[in-house]
Design a protein around this ligand. Structure first.
Ligand code: NAD
Length: 252
């Protein structure tokens, strides 16, 4: 099995549509022991959804914008597992105002950047006391090289997120820890549905991706996360793996 004996922290399980739910499911099927995080009033939902996984994992509290949660993370995780071999960042949020590029104010933009980009550094730093050589950090992005319809300041936050991944690869590489992202095509999750006009991506993707694309299928993205968490990418860091049906490689 690909993740035999590995201990993983998986953030971002909200519903069973969440990409992170499928990462957790496949990771368990591949032999990993999983701890989930959730926060505030979503703790209850995550705990209910967690029962649908092959083994019900513990859920620890982590709001990535809360410094007390970040400071306590290693201790909270250590109650369940002695160390971590991998961490999955599957967190994104932007206030509605951030989806209007020319009208957005700094308050909305700064929230998007803090929760969707800076949080990768915050999560990595908080997990570091539990990690060692061979460790792997994996996050999820939406190709930030382009200006998209409707994505607006979330797109800018994702560009910062992708840069954060490269700087983390630089600073954690000497400790033998890899940092990589999966750039997924559009998948119908709670986060995606909160973006006004997200359907525009969905139609375009299905027709332009050479492999085709199913917006209801998060398994391809989840499998890539599992592969990057495994020992089968031992010399890869600072990378972005596209799981988008080949869309990113096409011109028109
Ligand atoms: P989702 O709504 O299921 O997951 C988003 C998660 O972020 C939720 O679990 C939510 O609780 C968590 N979150 C939000 N604010 C948080 C905070 N302050 N602290 C901790 N957690 C917080 O949606 P998803 O599509 O599975 O999103 C997961 C990741 O995948 C995100 O980074 C998203 O940008 C990325 N992604 C999604 C798509 C897509 O089309 N769905 C495409 C590419 C990348």
């Amino acid at each position: 099995m690909l993740l035999e004996g590995k201990k993983l922290l998986v953030t971002g399980v909200l519903m069973d549509s969440s990409i992170a739910f499928h990462v957790a499911r496949l990771a368990q099927e591949q032999g990993a022991e999983v701890v989930l995080t959730s926060f505030g009033r979503t703790m209850k939902i995550t705990s209910t959804i967690a029962k649908r996984l092959p083994q019900t994992p513990p859920v620890v509290e982590l709001d990535v914008s809360n410094s007390e949660d970040l400071d306590a993370l290693a201790e909270r995780v250590r109650e369940h597992v002695p160390h971590l071999d991998g961490v999955v960042h599957s967190i994104g949020f932007a206030p509605q105002g951030a989806f209007n590029f020319m009208e957005a104010g700094w308050e909305d933009v700064s929230t998007a950047v803090q929760i969707s980009a800076f949080s990768l550094q915050a999560l990595a730093k908080a997990s570091l006391p539990l990690m060692g050589p061979g460790g792997s950090i994996v996050g999820l992005t939406f190709d930030a090289r382009y200006a998209w319809p409707v994505y607006d300041w979330m797109g800018v936050a994702k560009a910062a997120f992708e840069a954060t991944n490269r700087y983390l690869a630089r600073d954690l590489g000497p400790q033998g820890i890899r940092c990589n992202l999966v750039s997924a095509g559009p998948i119908r999750t709670t986060a995606a549905k909160s973006i006004p006009g997200f359907e525009r991506f969905e139609e375009e993707w299905e027709s332009r991706a050479p492999l085709g694309w199913d917006i209801n299928d998060p398994v391809g993205a989840a499998k890539a996360c599992v592969a990057l968490l495994s020992d089968w990418f031992p010399a890869t860091s600072g990378e972005i793996v596209h799981v988008d049906g080949g869309f990113h490689a096409m011109g028109v």
